[in-house]
Design a protein around this ligand. Structure first.
Ligand SMILES: Cc1cc2nc3c(=O)[nH]c(=O)nc-3n(C[C@H](O)[C@H](O)[C@H](O)COP(=O)(O)O)c2cc1C
Length: 254
């Protein structure tokens, strides 16, 4: 049996070093500092090419095992948009928004995406054996649940007594958390990209996720991560100054 060691050794990149562009720190912080949750939008639509770039930026977010268990649905049909606004409890961040997107976590797609990844590695031709091992063995141990979750629970507990052992995801609720983490990172990329393009957003979890799933025709195990509205802010679109607790309540050193 091949022994798979997940994070062992440093693999040298066989490709020539990528040319990194010069960084524009000020531009980045301008984006971060001016991004606010916008609740009242102007009527103008977001140009399709802007949306396309922001979606591409969202898809470049880091994600667990690169299995990409996420989706973004833009709701464009007027009748569906109306239903989505209702599902968002009629809140102004949705009702005044020219564009509405639903970020969806798809833990149920890990096996399909694992298969796609293996196929892509085969097509690449030069993929290292360790990559195949990861997607043939490790991901299957990590993400298979059902009755196997109980095996893992006991196995990881016993193994974990003596050495560091990955504990999650074990069971379907862990799989939900697993997929939501990566999807939220994609959502964050999306909102920052919109700001970089001069547009604004508001993430929303104040919504009826069951109704949102129904209107998008999503299967039972798909999970609405958040609805994000987008457009151009109006003068009264931001409700107040940004407020955060002192930084030492957030950032700790151990
Ligand atoms: C997961 C999540 C859910 C949110 N849900 C809503 C919502 O339903 N309605 C709303 O107006 N704002 C919502 N917000 C926006 C927050 O209220 C906002 O991010 C927070 O007050 C900080 O303000 P800022 O985004 O302007 O920095 C949500 C934000 C996140 C990250």
């Amino acid at each position: 049996m091949v022994k798979v060691k997940m994070f062992e050794g440093v693999q040298r990149d066989p490709q020539p070093a990528q040319q990194l562009p010069p960084m524009d720190r000020e531009a980045f912080y301008k984006v971060v500092d001016s991004r606010r949750s916008v609740r009242i939008y102007a009527e103008d639509a977001v140009p399709a090419e802007v949306i396309a770039r922001c979606i591409e930026a969202a898809q470049k977010a880091p994600n667990s095992s690169n299995l990409q268990c996420w989706e973004v649905h833009q709701v464009v049909t007027p009748v569906l948009k109306q239903r989505l606004v209702q599902a968002c409890l009629g809140q102004p961040a949705a009702s005044t928004a020219p564009e509405l997107f639903v970020f969806v976590a798809r833990p149920d797609l890990w096996r399909r995406n694992n298969g796609w990844t293996l196929k892509a590695l085969e097509q690449r031709g030069d993929a290292p054996e360790r990559a195949f091992q990861y997607f043939r063995k490790i991901t299957k141990i990590a993400y298979t649940q059902g009755a196997f979750a109980w095996v893992k629970r006991i196995w990881f507990f016993i193994r974990g007594i003596g050495k560091a052992t990955p504990r999650e995801p074990v069971g379907w609720s862990d799989m939900r958390v697993w997929a939501h983490k990566s999807t939220a990172l994609a959502a964050s990329h999306f909102m920052l990209a919109m700001r970089a393009e001069g547009f604004d957003t508001c993430p929303m979890e104040g919504m009826d996720s069951r109704r949102v799933k129904r209107l998008l025709g999503l299967p039972r195990r798909a999970e609405v991560n958040m609805v994000i509205s987008a457009g151009r802010r109006t003068e009264k679109g931001v409700y107040g100054p940004r407020f955060r607790f002192p930084i030492d309540t957030f950032f700790k050193k151990a």
